[in-house]
Unconditional design. Sequence first.
Length: 223
Amino acid sequence: MTKLLLKGVRYLKCYSELYFGSTPETVEEAIDYCVDRPIMMAQVRSEVVRLGRILRESAPTRSLEIGTNYGGTLFLLCALSPPDAKIISVDLPLGRFGGGYPLRKIPLFRRFPRAGQRLHLIRADSHCQETKQRVLRILEDKPLDYLFLDGDHTYAGVQRNFEMYVPLVRTAGIVALHDIVAHNRETECRVDRFWNEIKQQHRHQEIIEDPQQGWAGIGVLWR
């Protein structure tokens, strides 16, 4: 009961901060804000800092994140996107990799956008054509500037997400994949295999703190 109470207090505190407070101004401030809050990131800090700097420089106005989990990378995306940005999150409830966020977090996530930004939360399977059609309707026939793939981590799963959604990204737009380092504990996580197969087909950058870390790593490619 005490743990649940503390969890509830942290949630309400975070919600009130986002409601009354201001959005962090720098990449580092946005990442540090997520520490010890209900919107933490399952990321290596140095890696997501470098990704954040790429986002800050590119200033995407139309973005899609597949796999939101705790919400930290979604918060970062809102914090670093322009005021007129359209941001879409697709997350699978009870998904195997990350588990999906619970319904109670939706009001918290809806505090992420800055004034003028539009956030669309889709709780569905990214592999379904119906989900893709929902994304297309939100985009209104305009291309994505940025796509972040952090959902299904199986080889077939990340391959399907890549094949379904990368064509929606504009020429020279950015595609980022999380968990490109071989995982030691999660044997079904094969993003590393897929990344190594497709990276040479694009201008790309690997963001890895330590190749032996056993998880994480971010692959960035330009379409």
